[in-house]
Design a protein around this ligand. Sequence first.
Ligand SMILES: CC(=O)CC(=O)O
Length: 674
Amino acid sequence: MTQKAKTFHKPSQYDLNSSNIARFIDYLEQHLGREFPNYDSLHNFSVEEMEEFWVLWWNYFAETSRVTHLSPKLQIKRKQDVLTSRDAERARWLSDSSFRLNYAQLALACANESEAVVQIDEDGKTTSYTKESLAKLVGRVANQLKQVGLSKGDVVCGYLTNSVASLVGLLATASIGAIWSSCSPEFGTRAVLDRFAQLSPKFLLATTSYRFNGKKFDKEENLKEIIRGLPSLKAVMLTALEDARDAHSLASLAAFERTVLCFEDVINSGDHDMFFEPMEFSDPLWILFSSGTTGLPKGIVQSHGGIVFEHSKVLSLHLDLGPGSRFFWYTTTGWMMWNFLVSGVLTGATVLLYDGSPTYIEVEHTFKVCAQNQVTHLGTSAPYLASCMRSQVDLGKLGLESVKTIGSTGAPLTGDVYHWVYSHLSSDVSLVSASGGTDLCTAFLGSSPLHEIREGEISCAMLGADVAVFDDKGDEVVDQVGELVIRNPMPSMPLYFWNDHDRLRLHEAYFATFEGAWRHGDWAEKRSDGGYIVYGRSDATLNRDGVRMGTADFYAVVEGVAGVKDSLVVDTSGFEKNGRLVLFVVTDARELDSYLKETIRDAIRRELSPRHVPDIIEAIQSVPRTINGKKMEVPIRKAFGATFLRDAVSEGSMANPESIEDLQTVIDRLKLQR
Ligand SMILES: CC(=O)CC(=O)O
């Protein structure tokens, strides 16, 4: 039994009796005539009797959201139809039934009547859309897609910011049964084409420019290259950031050699009857991309049914979103958190789409935006919270009284961040560290209104997720670090990778290690107190004489040393005969002299273990990161083998591609020292 972590937050009477999950438990108890005295009993039911769980969740959701009238095919007739197998790799959902749904139809039916979405720009300007006005925009764009000849199964790509245009693009695409995929305009041309060209899209919805940190970035040249690189396109629709004339003048360019439309013209055109293609549960909805360390990024295809089931459950039961909630998550359209965020409309919550930099003018900008917009559910990344902590932001003075939940993803959330948040905010706030990822477009570890929040710990496995930690032999371990696995089928697991219909690459990626179980690629610990700790990617784990450690622990110590601004650690084992532990650090103004190196070594020896003292500590100018802020540990580790860093990373999806050159020089020197 591990030591009990400090508790910062306990469920309130409201959470225990009136939250969405509490009300769902009442429904289950009435329906099944048995009791669920706590979360664990509910979780056991959700995995042991998963077919029943999903039928009852779906019926409950459909009834309480008043969508049953939309179509008799929204009913699941028999629980036997839910799954063909309990094997996570082979299971098919509602494959042989009359069940039909459409993500867009449900999203528009459930959207908040008076304020479905709000778009917010860096300067704080907001534009609100009612359910009706959103539906009108979707109808007009969907009609345009049909007019240029698109239909079920065609791919529509979005090169857009986190804005209403992207949401309208997604919903219009889904409504006609076409498949959506998006990239942020921060992505360089190469990164966009590495993704979109694989999909042979028929339609591109793109922004002509975007604004970030107060600066306008024109995309005209990139767009020309992107359009040239996508010969499958039948038409392009351009949207202008500030001035529709930007889109008009670009649209008139002969260079595109395609039908070029202006989004602003289309959304101001006449109304059309909405038609929603009835989709099978496993018809593709969207394609997300894995970060792609080598080769082309993998296109992960998820289904209408899988996403509606999973997102309705996680957003409603775990995040407690519903009418009256105001849901904000800092993201771009190139990260699955965007898809997760916009699915908030399914719960009737108001979804806030912020377009800009999280740290515009000052590091706490994201918090200020949330305060100004009375956000109730705020989501961000662990690195953002850590940087606010390091900058000593006084959260208590920012007017965050409306905030009930702060969600954190992207990296493990370290104990010091919990202390910092709760030293400023009331224990009524729930600070939720959640883990999952692109592969399932959800978090399968997180929390719920029924849970306490404890230092450095993720509260629970989500309903319907049979999460375990396996040792190398595939045996379950508790209070011990190992590979994170999911032992049962989850609805949002990928249908397949794009261009991998026989699912061979999918098998290699997730199912080749443990028969029948999904190996997520995270290094984690399941604790006997019910919580979980995720230590980082298992292929970036530090292995010293058989003692493995996740990189998150390492960074918490190294970046706690005065003078260290940022860091990245790699274990070169597997790429070098005698693997070395190499620590790269970015310092503040001071130099990485022998005194600072020794201070870092002492801290690691004292707080982690003598085995994890790095063999080498080197200064670099900046830590290579993806646009989503993730440290690029795995490609940098690979660069110690035969691969050049430039070939191991997808430069266009990096926040700081300029960091590569400096790092490659350092790595080349270190390789010569072997
Ligand atoms: C939910 C997540 O796990 C998101 C991410 O870190 O990519």
